[in-house]
Design a binder for this molecule. Sequence first.
Ligand code: SF4
Length: 393
Amino acid sequence: MAKGTGSERRNGSPGRSAPRGRKAKKSTQDPVPARLRDAREALHRDLLDWFRRVGRDLPWRQGSDPYRVWISEIMLQQTQVERVKDFFRRFIERFPDVRQLAAAPEADLLRAWEGLGYYRRARQLHAAAQRIVADHDARLPRSMTELRSLPGIGRYTAGAIASIAFGLPEPIVEANSRRVLARLAGHEAPVGGSTGDEPVWRIATELLPHRAPAAWNQALMDLGAGVCVPRAPLCTRCPVAAHCVAHATGRVATIPVTAPRREAVDRDETAVVVRRGTMVLVVRRGAGEWWEGLWDFPRLPARRLLQPLRCGRRRVVGKCAYSVTHHRVAVTIATCTAARSGPRSGHAEWVSWRRLGERAMATPGRRIMAVVEATTGRAAAPSAGAGRRGAGR
Ligand code: SF4
């Protein structure tokens, strides 16, 4: 299955979807209304006061070590804060600095990433760590240009690292701050994508207080996460309600406007769990596939792989499902026994079922294992990521 998303996407529910076919147009208009610009000082004071009192206590906010900020920001791309907390602690214990991360085998990194999903982030993190060691003496660069030249670091992540780790006056736009900024400014055009977000970046830039960019950016995200939520925002408890244009003009429920979601595509797969004694056949997902480099069970037809094994009759043992981007995949799970082990190949291996849990398995592979275990009573070794899933900030 082909990959489909960039590394800077952030989850977030829309306030209202634009009608299909309505695209964001490039606007030359100033997206910050005069009333909001005039209130900037009071806006800064009110939001920063609130953040000092009730800002979230998150593991990566203890200090401003650029390495920790970077790791957390990569993890938070497409994964929710609550889920990231434990992963972050474990990851920092396992890879405490950029040198150790750069020197680690990729398989170790993928194993540590298991359960967070979107493994491309882990690979890019690894590649970036190696570049930071080779080109920057193991220190994250401070400039936006150098940060953005690193794998996996786009405009948002570079702004977050520059502002939070280095205190530089760089704005951010992700799902939460996008919603807050659009509502504060009463911005009615569709947001999202490079064209739709460009005015939001201008709002973020104009409203950014240069004396406190780290606190401001984090405050925007916290406000969006807990108060200015997608549906039914808590305007009566909002510290900046007095300055909010959407609130003053009764347009909170309709801002932000987002591009319509892609329609879900259903597909079916048949996975086959091939056994030979206590061993089971697993295949490594290839370049350009989702979960690249992780292990999974073969999907039919897989003739070239399975024919030399002389497999016996297949028996359907259950079903599972998974979603990836806009695909909803229903998997029929069959088992069979191989008469031969077949030729050796780098992308297919026989593994003891008991030790399967020690492998970095793709999410569908884990679900298939769970179904097989439930139907046969066999248990694989526990995995670090088993049972975890999901994504957003
Ligand atoms: S007043 Fe309401 S809409 Fe405006 S920023 Fe606060 S919570 Fe969001």
